[in-house]
Design a protein around this ligand. Structure first.
Ligand code: ADP
Ligand code: ASP
Ligand code: MG
Length: 815
């Protein structure tokens, strides 16, 4: 005998019913089908009961349910020859009339007694079974098994345990002559008083397992809407991995700790009677599914992650707990008397307190019972007031072979810490088959996602948001796209999930298609906002979000603090934040440390040249900056190179402008402000408490020219200064020297100025757009350490940003 249980997801429409009939008919061994209600029907019945209890008009709800079931029944007529549609219609109508009169009766008396509620709830399963019987009868003789006759339970709780021995006996009495094809509704049985009772939500799985024992079946198949059991709920994590084989114990722990795929009581009877269980996909019947038996496969020590939402944690503590024999027993006895299931227990080693979790809806009752049981102790201050923390969830790792693998718990907890999920309590079963952590319910999905990433996929992941898609931003997108295969080979998952310009913002949780981004961005209507990004990160459960700022916008720079506070890393080419007030500078550094997020700005100085990182490494090793001299502007480096080739200042500037080396308004280069910002970034990095106004800035051109805001006018007026500037050139050249526009740090002061340097000077050779930095430190003296190369241009700047982006991963590895 084989049991085939079909869940609501397999029975949503007439076509699905017909498909299931085909699967049953295809079998070569005797089969008993166990059926749930069609998808959504149990929820509709639950709503109906809620409406009765709220004394609302129930007619529309009854009509809705009737229409749903009658449509499925009627639609079957055209799908199957020989189907007795009118008879089934009659049966369905009778079932619905029963439902109507039960519901209306309850409405009259003002409440819905438990037995009547069970009758109302069972309507969906009864409907499915009658319809399946009628469909199967077109080809076979069919026995309809009624759980009322045999499936007895041991208690009156909402999730009762089946009395298997008695059920087996009764089944034999009633169904010894069952046909080779039988059908049975799931979800209900009878209580010890002989009244109809439910087995709890999702209980049809349990019905199937009980029937498997009663029929001495060889296998119990649970047919659902996924290919089997996955390492995590595939609805939550798209990269969930299918498990081919697992042990009874593993499946038991998994379902106990919340995996909806199986009702938690399903496995116990199957394991006791060594009946195999196979989870199969109704829509993909050829797939082998997941086999649950006495054996597990050796593939992975950690098999799965599950989570149980809506639990509360109760804490009983106080001096009276210590050394008092039997306190724990009394705590749990009072829970069991109240029929409250205790999900997880954790006791402090000092025995000063016991914490345990109960289902959320039972929390108030649990506290009430404990207050009653320990009235005396509470009155005499032997116990502190019973504490109850609601809105919690439990996340659990499961695997038979977990005890053979060291470090699982530590990886689990570090993943949670990485997701910034606070662990409220921890519990591990003594066989080390499961490790659980209690966390806030609000954060449990994030916790599951990141634990799965770190324990199963083991791929570091970056979710990047790019702001500003001008030349540098555009180039960075291209580099990320170009490096796709390389990133894959390094097992790094780098997704660009957001691209924004000043008006629009494109978001895509699974990564934007980098070949199509421009067209997609152009279609976006909404712009970027911190709230929008935060909401997006939350709903997509992104755990390593990074903002990349490729603008030079002051307003965006002033948002970094909020981004860091909201747990984004910030990678920026924009110098405005680091050269704003010293207070803001410190706030950013402190917030990054507090949130353990990276704030990276390598490209603020020398574009892709490794300046900041080198400096930081030296300072970390106890070095100190003694003196700095450098050429920090690519455009000025070029212009100063050209003037020694015989061009006037205005000619050299025009040439540089035409080549695209300057800002659209070259005054912004020649006023020296950009260089001043860069030198300030270096000085602050070295620990100097300076403001931008502290930099002694001498522009290349006189103040009235430096201040011009119109680029064309500036170029028009610049030649007026050529003659004076030529004097400076001539003076330098007469001494065999060259002019350079230099940034200096010396004696805790910063300056930016034109300097005449001789052939021995490290900056003498630097021209044609190169940057050079001569850094004297405690460790590097008297000869400075020199960094030299192109310090401007989209390619090198984007490469610098790319490097910073990957360094956000280093945080994970270092910490
Ligand atoms: P049915 O209607 O067939 O009873 P359920 O909705 O009760 O189906 O259970 C199937 C669902 O269980 C799947 O669609 C999936 O979202 C969920 N699920 C939760 N955890 C897991 C897991 N670890 N593996 C597979 N499915 C899971
Ligand atoms: N129909 C019931 C429910 O939705 C039982 C089941 O599907 O297993 O909970
Ligand atoms: Mg189910």
């Amino acid at each position: 005998m084989k049991i085939m249980k079909f869940g609501g997801s397999s029975l949503a429409t007439a076509a699905k019913f017909n498909h299931v009939v085909g699967l049953i008919e295809h079998q070569t061994v005797p089969v008993c089908g166990v059926f749930s209600a069609p998808q959504g029907v149990t929820n509709s019945l639950a709503d109906l009961i809620a409406m009765i209890q709220a004394q609302q008009d129930i007619t529309p709800q009854l009509d809705l349910i009737s229409q749903n079931l009658l449509t499925i029944s009627t639609d079957c007529a055209s799908l199957r020859d020989g189907f007795d549609a009118s008879h089934n219609h009659l049966q369905t109508t009778e079932l619905l009339e029963d439902l109507r009169s039960l519901a209306q009766g309850c409405l009259l008396i003002g409440h819905c007694p438990k037995v009547t509620a069970a009758q109302i709830y069972s309507t969906g399963e009864k409907f499915s079974t009658l319809l399946m019987a009628a469909l199967l009868r077109t080809k076979s003789k069919v026995t309809v098994i009624d759980p009322k006759h045999f499936l007895t339970t041991e208690d009156f709780s909402d999730e009762p345990i089946a009395d298997i021995e008695q059920s087996v006996q009764l089944f034999k009495q009633h169904y010894a002559d069952a046909e080779e094809v039988a059908v049975m509704p799931g979800f209900y049985g009878v209580n010890p008083a002989g009244d109809l009772c439910l087995l709890g939500r999702n209980g049809s799985d349990y019905s199937a397992a009980i029937l498997a024992v009663c029929t001495a079946a060889t296998v119990c198949e649970i047919w659902t809407d996924v290919d089997g059991i996955y390492s995590v709920d595939p609805r939550l994590v798209a990269q969930a991995q299918l498990i081919k084989q697992m042990s009874y114990q593993e499946a038991m722990e998994l379902s106990y700790f919340g995996a909806k795929i199986l009702h938690p009581k399903t496995i116990t009877p199957l394991s006791k009677h060594q009946i195999q269980c196979v989870i199969k996909n109704t829509l993909n019947p050829a797939h082998a599914g997941t086999l649950i038996s006495a054996k597990t496969d050796k593939e992975k020590a950690v098999k799965a992650i599950s989570n149980l939402s809506d639990v509360a944690m109760i804490n009983v503590s106080g001096p009276g707990m210590k050394g008092m024999v039997g306190m724990a027993a009394r705590v749990f006895a009072s829970m069991s008397e109240a029929n409250i299931s205790v999900i997880l227990i954790s006791q402090s080693s000092s025995e000063y307190s016991i914490s345990f979790c109960v289902p959320g809806e039972e929390a108030d009752l649990a506290v009430k019972r404990l207050n009653q049981s320990f009235k005396l102790e509470l009155k005499n201050a032997l116990l502190e007031p019973i504490q109850c923390r609601k809105d919690l969830a439990i996340i659990t790792l499961i695997g038979d072979r977990m005890h053979q693998q060291k470090g699982t718990a530590s990886r689990f907890f570090s993943a949670l810490s990485h997701a910034r999920v606070n662990i409220i309590a921890i519990a591990q079963d003594s066989s080390e088959r499961s490790i659980s952590a209690v966390v806030r319910a609000k954060r449990v999905d994030d916790a599951v996602v990141i634990c799965h990433q770190q324990l199963f996929l083991k791929k570091p992941r970056i979710d990047a948001f790019l702001i500003g898609c001008g030349t540098v931003g555009h180039e960075l997108i291209q580099q990320i796209n170009k490096q796709k295969d390389w990133l894959k080979s390094k097992e790094v998952e780098l997704n660009l999930v957001g691209i924004a310009n000043s008006r629009q913002c494109l978001l895509s949780a699974n990564g934007i298609d980098l070949d199509q981004w421009q067209a997609q961005l152009a279609r976006c209507e909404e712009g970027l906002s911190l709230d929008r990004l935060k909401q997006f990160v939350r709903s997509a459960h992104l755990t390593n979000p990074v903002i990349i700022d490729c603008t030079s916008n002051q307003e965006i720079a002033m948002n970094y603090l909020s981004y860091l506070e909201a747990n984004f890393h910030v990678v920026t080419a924009n110098k405005k934040a680091n050269t704003d007030s010293l207070t803001y500078y410190h706030q950013l550094q402190n917030m990054a440390a507090k949130r353990q997020r990276r704030f990276l700005y390598e490209t603020n100085v020398g574009a892709g040249l490794p300046v900041i990182d080198n400096l930081q490494s030296l300072l970390r090793a106890g070095d100190q900056l003694l003196q700095f001299e450098g050429i920090l502007s690519g455009s000025l480096s070029y212009i100063f190179g050209e003037i020694h080739q015989g061009l006037s200042l205005s000619e050299a500037t025009l040439k540089a402008k035409k080549l695209g080396y300057t800002e659209p308004n070259p005054a912004e280069d020649l006023n020296g402000m950009d260089v001043a910002r860069k030198v300030l970034v270096i000085a602050r990095e070295a620990g100097m408490e300076l403001e931008l106004s502290d930099v002694d800035l001498q522009a290349v051109v006189p103040a009235h020219l430096a201040a011009m805001t119109d680029g064309e006018q500036f170029m028009h007026q610049l030649p007026e200064y050529d003659a004076s500037f030529q004097k400076l050139i001539d003076d330098a050249e007469s001494k065999g020297e060259k002019l350079r526009y230099v940034a200096l740090i010396k004696d805790h002061k910063c300056a930016v100025k034109i300097q005449s340097v001789g052939p021995d000077h490290p900056l003498y050779e630097i021209e044609a757009g190169e940057n050079a930095l001569a850094i004297n430190t405690l460790y590097y003296q008297p000869k400075p350490f020199i960094i030299r190369g192109y310090g401007a241009g989209a390619e090198v700047t984007a490469a610098g940003l790319f490097g910073d982006l990957l360094r956000t991963l280093a945080w994970e590895q270092e910490h």
